[in-house]
Write a protein that binds this ligand. Sequence first.
Ligand SMILES: *Cc1c(COP(=O)(O)O)cnc(C)c1O
Length: 453
Amino acid sequence: MKFISTRGEAPAVSFTEAVAQGLAPDGGLYLPEFLPDLTPRLRVWGNLSYAELATEFLGIFASDIPPDDLARMVHRAYATFTHPEIAPLRRLDERTAVLELFHGPTLAFKDFALQFLGQLYGWQGARTGRSINVLGATSGDTGAAAIHGLLGRPRTAIFILYPDGRVSPLQERQMACTGADNVHALALDGSFDDAQRLLKAAFNDHAFAARHRLTAVNSINLARILAQCVYYLHAWLRLTDEQRERLEFVVPTGNFGNVFAGWLLARMGVPIPGFKVATNRNDILHRFFVTGEYRVGAVEPSLAPSMDIQAASNFERLLHYLYDEDAARVRAAMAELAAGGCLAVPGVTGEAFRSTTATDADIAANLRRVSEAHGYVADPHTACAFQDLDPARYSVVLATAHPAKFPEAMRAAIGSAPTHPALEELKSRSLRKHRLPADLAAVQRFIAEHAVP
Ligand SMILES: *Cc1c(COP(=O)(O)O)cnc(C)c1O
């Protein structure tokens, strides 16, 4: 299978090329040239383990990787998870279940994609004999997950840009206390959107990106989207017919990568009737699905910091399908958005997404309510998804992080915070981060000095 750019001005490439490039050379995002119809396979996939299912599903797209190599990478990626089911589905009551996505090494759902991506980079490096320098921007969890996917790998350096003081102290420790020499935690004087803007600018400096063989690891990488389709599929296969008919996946959303993966899977013939986009007070996507107008505002810090985003980078992938795969319209829309910070897509309000927004007070109230009603302690991101659950539906709430990652927010919300042994251990380690201004030249200088040749 080949992969095309949303902007239609770059050649179609293989899976491994799309993964290596991250962003397409025309500034667009990669998507499959066509979507497979999974309908005939759904009947035979029901009994597969998580890793077996992931191998089968990803094999459809990664057609330029030998099947045995792919199977080995997938099994290694998910062997780092501590729960035997990898993505367990926990029943809360007859109309609500939680899909727990936090049993990976950094306790957030990003591990699903980044453990696999780390394997892919290692495989490519071994085949080509070339070093790689990975660059990512993070609001907290991506950076930690990317780092743990690449920790200590030979001929690999990883640079993670994050907003100084806007990620939780434990998230920062997961990035800056690894003790690994190939890991560079870059604390920017700015917001997450600044970090993402600098990341895009570094890649758009094509000479610089080529000289250092820069590879992107943020949520725009195609491999991340595809790896994230798998847990929706794994969960769907475990539901009853009656649950499937009323199903709504409720997804805490920031960059729109996670919920987009589920929606893409539905377009491949998995009959999922609904998705709900759950935002925090940074409600650009909620307003978009209610009004049809995408208007970028200022980012406000919240109790769910990994969703403090106003420019959802995977939005462009949604536009590709909303505009019937017309690259000229996507280009025009992205130019309009870049120029004015606003875009109208009138038809979107009738689409498959419903949406909610949650203030910090809502997050706290939801955490208390879920804890009292079900004895279940969710994290502040997952709490956004418990906003206004529809009693007529079977809601599968995606739990995107373990609550122990956000002790300050948990204490602010419910007065106490759970702990996790993997995080307790980090507290005794020394922290190594580099403070930088939100300035492209400063970032490029740091990369040039520390990149693997
Ligand atoms: C990244 C993240 C999100 C948002 O996911 P997107 O794919 O950016 O929409 C939600 N919750 C947690 C805990 C995260 O780390």
